[in-house]
Every structure is written in C-alpha cells, then in structure tokens.
Design a protein around this ligand. Structure first.
Ligand code: HEM
Length: 409
C-alpha cells in the first residue's frame, strides 16, 4: 500500500516544515511567563541575568496545550530557554531547574523527541513570513527565536529551513517512486526521479547562500556555543524533578534533517561507522532527534526502499533510468561536497584560528560538531559513500538482481 504523507503529518508542498507557518506565540495567556522570557532573550544573555530570571518562572501545566502546533511552539520556547540557562553564564549549569525540566520533558515526550534543542526547533518550527500573504521563500522569511539577536543567526536558521522547502517535492516523489517500482512502472519511476533530481538541484542552489549573510566568526564564537548539547558536561545535565541521573544528549545539528536521511534511504545510500564496518551509529542516534512522526516516515521508506535494487536489476534497455538514478545520487553527493566546504570555513578554520588546534590538517580532523561528531573524516566518508552508490552498467551485471532482492526479503 502507498505511504500517505498526511498520515505522518507531512506536506507535499512544505515537506518536513509544517503546512502553515508555525505559531509565533502560544495562544493561551497562561503560558505568557515562558513567552515573555523568550522575548529579548539575547539581551538577558548579554547582561548575564538569564539564570536568575528563569529560576523565578512558575512550573506550568503542559496539559493545557491543545494542538500539535502548540506543542511544537512550546518545545521551541522551552529548548531556547533551557540552552540559554545552561550556556548563558561562564560556567555551564549542571542542573536544569524544574520549571523548565518538567514541561520540556513532557512536551518532548509528546513529540517523540529528546528534551534538547534540535534541527526541528531551530529550523523547521522557527520561522515567520515577513509578508504573511507572500511566498514561502528565503527572501520572505525571518527566524522567530535566536540566542544572539544577530541577522547572522536568523539567516543560519532560515537558510536551513529554505533547504527543507527546496527538498519538499522529494517526499511525494519518493512515495510515488516506491509505488512505481512495486508496479514495474518505469515511465512513472522516471518522472519521480526527475522530480527528485530537480529538487536536489534547488537544495544545492540554496546551501551556498549560507555564505551571503552568516559570518564565520559570529557563527563559531557567538551562535554555535548555544546549539551545543550536554555531551561536554562531565556528568551530563540533570533534569530536576524528572530523574536523578545526568543526560548527555547531542545538541542541535542539521545532521538531524530527516530530508537528507530519507533521500539516503530512498536512493539506497548506506553509511558506515567512520573508518570501520557496520552502520553509522552517529547517524542512527541523530534519528532520535527527529520528531517521532518524521522518524516513523523515514523508517517506513527504509522498510520499503526498492529503487536501487530495481535499478541494479535493469537490463540494457533501462539505461535512461540508470542515468537518472545516478543523476539523483550525484546531486546528493554535490550537496555533501558543498557541505564539507561550509564546515571547513565555519568550523574547522575557526577552530584553528582560535589556536585550540595546531595548523596540521590531521589535528583539525579532531574538531567536534555541535552534535558531537568528529567532523571531517565523518563528512568526507559520508560524501564518498554517496558517490560510491552510483551504478555502472558493468557493476549491475555482477550484483544480485531485483528479483533476487525481492525473493530474499
Ligand atoms: C553553517 C552551516 C552548517 C554548519 C557549520 C554545519 C556543520 C555540520 C557539522 C559540524 C556536522 C557534523 C555533525 C555534528 O553536528 O556533530 C554536520 C553534519 C551534517 N549536516 Fe551540517 N552544517 C551546516 C549546515 C547544514 C545544512 C543547511 C544542512 C541541510 C539541511 C546540513 C546537513 C547536515 C547533515 C545531513 C549532516 C550529517 C552528515 C551527512 O549526512 O553528510 N548541514 N554539519
């Protein structure tokens, strides 16, 4: 049976972004203490008054939240306040106070997320349309929440969101590609792959726009520290009045983008542990930082993934489909090429500048991302694995056929 995007709360137009712009405030005035504290967050961070303020917050009852949109807004507000609380003073906090910890844990459980900032809270649910009647595109978007109040940070969040928008047509195309393969409908599969290739090209056009208004120094020194999770805290973070143990959750990273993960599984790109055999554990962990319904969609596509085995089973008359399949994989590889350049500029070079690392490339490879990955070897391997997924006609002859794959399931 065909996968239904609607069933997973996804839109054929906006993809993993909500079909309507996110709430800008929680409508119930009961939640005003949270919303008021988020207003001017960067000013409170600049004058180091944030912890004192947050400690005065009341412990609010999340059962008053009604809709999914309200839960998403509450999650965003509580995540921004929590990261401001932990990282907002010279020494990181070790305990998240109950007025944040309790509602954040409840709201994140409801959404199928960990109680920590993630790609959904910084990019998917964090934009407004400048002209409400205007188009959903970068020039008409602004971030709802930032830590720094800088245009750079807003740009960082909305360029990321605009890549999700550019990739949205991939979702219905992936669903139809799975159906066409199941029905042996080559013409339909061709149309689906063409849509995916076009969308990936648009994603690749959006990604370098990051350079236009995001200053590397501002990103590395001012924005990035707030995106970090709790892995660098020796005992992890204790969520007061929830449980007694420390939690070492990863921070926000677009490695939690379900879009890229779903493109990988749909096209049959497999990622291994860096320099080793076996599945890439970091990428699997990132799935736990995707909203539960998005993760469920990813798993459903993964369970049904049939495009690559079908392509491998084609005879010489299927060359056009092989070419199209390779074109999609190539665009995904180009995305990772551009991403490696971005990470070199915004993370590795900045880390070197700070003298935390020596000038040797080998040492620079030890830089960790906000989600805790050792960056360069991991990203380059992911890029190479994508490239190696391309199919050559010679290779096809030595691989198991589509029928072998189907019978082996
Ligand atoms: C200034 C912009 C960006 C920087 C500095 C950056 C940095 C990083 C870093 C350091 C990692 C390693 C994992 C970790 O976080 O620990 C990573 C992984 C990743 N990032 Fe980004 N990133 C940026 C923008 C984006 C955007 C806009 C996307 C797509 C929406 C994206 C998608 C990914 C993906 C999918 C991974 C996992 C590795 C892979 O699948 O190739 N990144 N990024």
């Amino acid at each position: 049976m065909s996968l239904s995007l609607e069933h997973y709360g996804l839109s054929p137009v906006t993809g993993f972004l909500p079909s309507k712009p996110p709430l800008q405030r929680l409508p119930d005035a009961y939640f005003a203490p949270w919303e008021n504290r988020l207003d001017g967050l960067h000013e409170a961070l600049a004058d180091h008054s944030i912890r004192k303020d947050i400690q005065k917050l009341p412990l609010l009852d999340t059962t008053r939240l009604q809709t999914t949109e309200e839960y998403q807004r509450a999650f965003l507000v509580l995540c921004f306040l929590s990261h401001a609380y932990v990282w907002g003073e010279e020494e990181a906090a070790k305990i998240l106070p109950a007025p944040l910890a309790v509602p954040l844990t409840k709201v994140s459980d409801h959404l199928g997320l960990h109680p920590v900032l993630c790609h959904a809270s910084v990019a998917l649910w964090n934009y407004r349309l400048i002209d409400e009647k205007g188009p959903l595109e970068l020039s008409n978007m602004e971030a709802l929440a930032t830590f720094t109040g800088t245009p750079d940070e807003s740009w960082f969040h909305i360029v990321t969101a605009s890549i999700e928008i550019a990739g949205a047509p991939c979702l219905p195309a992936i669903v139809s590609a799975l159906d066409h393969v199941r029905n042996g409908h080559s013409a339909g599969l061709k149309a689906s792959l063409e849509t995916i290739e076009t969308a990936l090209k648009e994603m690749n056009r959006q990604l370098p726009r990051m350079f236009e208004r995001l200053d590397p120094g501002v990103f590395y020194n001012s924005i990035r520290p707030y995106l970090s999770g709790w892995k660098s805290l020796e005992q992890g973070l204790i969520y007061e009045a929830c449980d007694d143990r420390g939690h070492s959750f990863a921070g926000a990273s677009a490695a939690q983008s379900c879009l890229i993960a779903v493109l990988d599984v749909a096209l049959g790109v497999v990622h291994h542990e860096t320099g080793q055999q076996g599945p890439n554990r970091f990428m699997l962990t990132m799935r736990q930082h995707m909203p539960g319904s998005h993760r469920a969609f990813l798993e459903a596509v993964e369970a049904a993934a049939n495009v690559r085995p079908f392509i491998l089973g084609l005879d010489d008359s299927g060359q056009e489909l092989v070419r199209l399949y390779n074109a999609c994989v190539h665009q995904l590889k180009l995305f990772r090429d551009k991403h490696v350049q971005i990470v070199s500029l915004y993370v590795v070079n900045q880390a070197r500048k700070q003298d935390r690392l020596g000038p040797q490339p080998k040492e620079a490879q030890q830089v960790l991302g906000t989600a805790g990955a050792s960056v360069m070897p991991f990203l380059k391997q992911a890029r190479n694995e994508t490239n190696e997924t391309k199919v050559s006609l010679d290779e096809k002859k030595s691989r198991p056929s589509w029928l072998d794959w189907f019978l082996g399931r």
